[in-house]
Design a protein around this ligand. Structure first.
Ligand SMILES: [Zn+2]
Length: 302
């Protein structure tokens, strides 16, 4: 089985702490691989760090099983009622994701209470539809927020629809936390976007000297320029189509993230019949895999 801690670079200064989380969904390996790419280079070059950078593998058992999750979604489980139960249960009695949750909670609670001046948590994901490159940030990122440095579409109210996410949990420790979605599951480009996105964040936080490795920053500019379609800036969720057990939900093929849809447009089918867009907007996270409870969202640009 893979290692839980992908790397821990610590200068001893309590200035900055950045936590990188990959594969909280076990079939989304881009962030995990990207973290290893960056860490290999930090090790090789003995790069000086200002503060501490820790990389964590999310759902080790689901990674081994090549699945999003085994029993339940580990990125919907960070709720007091689940955590209280899991923390009170011995490890040997816990099911797959409950065990992952308990172990991750131990690591993050320890890191979360170390008293660093600036704290960041980057939770990296990929989606089952094409062109899913965006950030999930609860509320508008303020002027100083490091999330703005990535210059990607930012969804500001997804947390209202998806309770129990890791990023929301880490906000409880005062972390500047957001999810970083880099495109399609399994694509090489997603690994590239995460890799150079991490470099961008390390430089712009001052964790790495900005005058070093200018090639990384230039490559991130090139990636941004290559996202050929005009992407929205800040978006807000208007509607979520929830899937229930046994719905036999099937998305119409060919939808990409942020593609325009019209109210009434046929989007999907399930056992009860056709599913139409309830309003005009942009389609977001249309589901093209057999795991997950979100069929699609409709969002609007602000
Ligand atoms: Zn995910």
């Amino acid at each position: 089985m893979s290692e839980r801690i992908l790397g821990d670079f610590d200068s001893g200064e309590k200035s900055n702490l950045m936590i990188l989380v990959g594969a909280l969904h076990g079939n989304e390996l881009a962030g995990y691989k990207a973290t290893n790419n960056v860490f290999d280079e930090l090790r090789k070059n003995e790069t000086k760090i200002n503060g501490r950078v820790v990389g964590i593998a999310g759902n080790l058992q689901a990674i081994a099983a090549k699945k999003r999750f085994i029993d339940h979604d580990l990125n919907r489980a960070w709720k007091p009622e689940i955590l209280d139960r899991v923390l009170a249960t011995p490890e040997e009695e816990l099911t797959h994701e409950d065990l992952e949750l308990k172990i991750l909670h131990g690591i993050l609670d320890d890191l979360g209470t170390q008293g660093y001046e600036n704290t960041y948590l980057i939770d990296m994901h990929t989606t089952s539809a094409d062109n899913g490159i965006f950030l999930v940030h609860p509320g508008y990122p303020d002027q100083q927020s490091i999330a703005r440095e990535l210059r990607l579409p930012t969804v500001i109210n997804l947390d209202v629809y998806l309770p129990g996410t890791l990023l929301k949990f880490m906000r409880g420790y005062g972390f500047n936390s957001f999810a970083f979605e880099a495109g399609q599951i399994g694509s090489e480009k997603a690994i590239d976007i995460h890799t150079f996105g991490i470099w961008e964040l390390l430089h712009k936080t001052g964790i790495i000297d900005q005058s070093r490795d200018l090639g990384h920053l230039i490559h991130y500019e090139e990636i941004l320029a290559s996202l050929h379609k005009p992407l929205p800036g800040i978006v807000r969720v208007l509607h979520r189509h929830e899937i229930k057990e046994g719905d036999y939900f099937h998305m119409k093929p060919g939808y990409e993230n942020f593609q325009t849809v019209s109210g009434g447009e046929l989007l999907a089918q399930d056992k009860s019949g056709e599913i139409h867009a309830p309003m005009d907007g942009l389609i977001f996270m249309p589901l093209y895999q057999n795991a997950g409870n979100d069929g699609f969202f409709i969002v609007e640009e602000l």
